[in-house]
Write a protein that binds this ligand. Structure first.
Ligand code: HEM
Length: 121
């Protein structure tokens, strides 16, 4: 069971980030229809990542470092959602997504460092 969750989680996280980048590029290229489709798939991937992550947390009996990793991953997902929605608004209102990008990078780096066991206590 754990293996199945781990395999799907570790196989899909790169595709999740890639789908986010593709959605952002499509948005900036002025292709809202294409972006809508990739964003829909991206949201499905969020769900799979959260369910497989939660499943692993339950199997591992909630080790606190991975609980933090899960919370950081939720923050990462939230930033991806904000960037994709605020970037649409930006065209009209001119508000900046710079701070969301900064948070996206910080959350991504922390999640990967904890997941790769480079950060451990
Ligand atoms: C888009 C969001 C996420 C990303 C990018 C991500 C990334 C990763 C990566 C790179 C790994 C290591 C896989 C490997 O070693 O091959 C991992 C493992 C793991 N993730 Fe996530 N994750 C995300 C969401 C979540 C969520 C929401 C939770 C918890 C609710 C979670 C809990 C875990 C756990 C428990 C592990 C197993 C660590 C281990 O046994 O080595 N992840 N994640």
């Amino acid at each position: 069971m754990y293996n199945m969750l781990f395999q799907s989680h570790s196989g899909l996280w790169e595709i999740t980030i890639l789908l986010f980048i593709i959605s952002f590029i499509l948005l900036k290229m002025g292709k809202p229809k294409g972006k809508k489709i990739t964003q829909m798939i991206l949201r499905l991937f969020y769900v799979i990542m959260i369910i497989s992550g939660l499943g692993m947390l339950i199997t591992l009996n909630f080790p606190w470092l991975y609980v933090i990793k899960g919370i950081l991953a939720l923050w990462l997902i939230w930033m991806m959602e904000l960037i994709l929605s605020k970037s649409v608004v930006r065209k009209e209102s001119g508000s900046s997504t710079k701070s969301y990008w900064t948070q996206f990078i910080i959350a991504l780096v922390l999640v990967v460092l904890i997941a790769a066991k480079i950060i451990s206590f």
